[in-house]
Design a binder for this molecule. Structure first.
Ligand code: NAI
Length: 243
């Protein structure tokens, strides 16, 4: 897909990986719809509009089915299409399973897996009608490996991989692709919050000996959206942490 003038909707794009993904697509000439629960900074929208593309922000919680519909409908109203959907919004509530509450599990599932389903459920009919589209779901390396203290998060992210492969099979006949990116340890607010000890443990498992940058994930997202022959795949961007 040539991204110039296309519409790219990125959930959870007020900061971190989502912000880098939005920026990378804008650099390709795509119009951007930002989404987050809280207002996006003016600095961020200015950075994007300076690239000469159109930028709109639609606030809303993707874990709510009807709100996800509103985000999709408003995007369609503003731009007439959704060519790329990046399901990036995600949260973690890390705790050992023996201490994990039902609320910790449900909240993580509700945003990470159900949120991705909600957005796909509402955006896919439009993409199928267009006979072109790319869906990219941001999962995590721990969705494939599991992790101590992340049973809820890992389960939700593993679910994203199954969701993605199924959508890929269902949508392929109409030229719509669906892929997953599983980031390793990426430097963002989410990972800054981890203790030094956990960060050191993580580093010891990364053959390339550096934490990932948000741009590493953004580059993979742009690459996937440009291909119309890659679908149902899980692309690992993790410095070799899991092969
Ligand atoms: P972050 O915490 O810095 O940003 C998350 C974004 O999602 C924010 O914009 C927040 O407002 C938004 N968000 C959260 N819940 C939402 C909801 N219900 N509705 C709409 N927006 C919502 O996170 P970060 O680190 O940038 O992560 C982005 C994605 O990458 C997440 O899905 C995360 O699980 C995944 N990931 C991150 C890794 C890392 O090392 N940072 C590693 C593997 C995966």
């Amino acid at each position: 897909m040539d991204l110039k003038g296309k519409t790219v909707l990125v959930t959870g794009s007020s900061r971190g990986i989502g912000e880098a993904i939005a920026l990378a697509f804008a650099q390709q000439g795509a119009n951007i719809v930002l989404n987050a629960r809280k207002p996006v900074s003016e600095e961020m929208t200015n950075k994007l509009t300076a690239l000469g593309v159109e930028v709109e922000t639609i606030l809303g919680d993707v874990s709510e089915f009807d709100t996800a519909k509103m985000i999709v409908d408003k995007t369609k109203e503003l731009f007439g299409s959704i060519d790329v959907l990046v399901n990036n919004a995600g949260i973690n509530r890390d705790k050992l399973i023996m201490r994990m509450t039902e609320e910790d599990f449900d909240a993580t599932y509700q945003v990470n897996l159900k949120g991705s389903f909600n957005m796909i459920r509402h955006a896919l009919p439009l993409m199928l009608k267009q006979r072109v589209g790319s869906i990219i779901n941001i999962s995590s390396v721990v969705g494939e490996t599991g992790n101590v203290g992340q049973a809820n998060y890992a389960a939700s992210k593993a679910g994203v991989i199954g969701l993605s492969k199924s959508v890929a099979r269902e949508a392929a006949a109409r030229g719509v692709t669906c892929n997953t990116i599983t980031p390793g340890f990426i430097e963002t607010d989410m990972t800054d919050a981890l203790s030094d000890k956990i960060q050191e443990q993580m580093m010891s498992q990364i053959p390339l000996k550096r934490f990932g940058k948000t741009e590493d994930i953004a580059d993979a997202a742009v690459f996937l959206s440009k291909s119309d022959y890659i679908t149902g795949q899980t692309i690992r961007v993790n410095g070799g942490m899991y092969m």
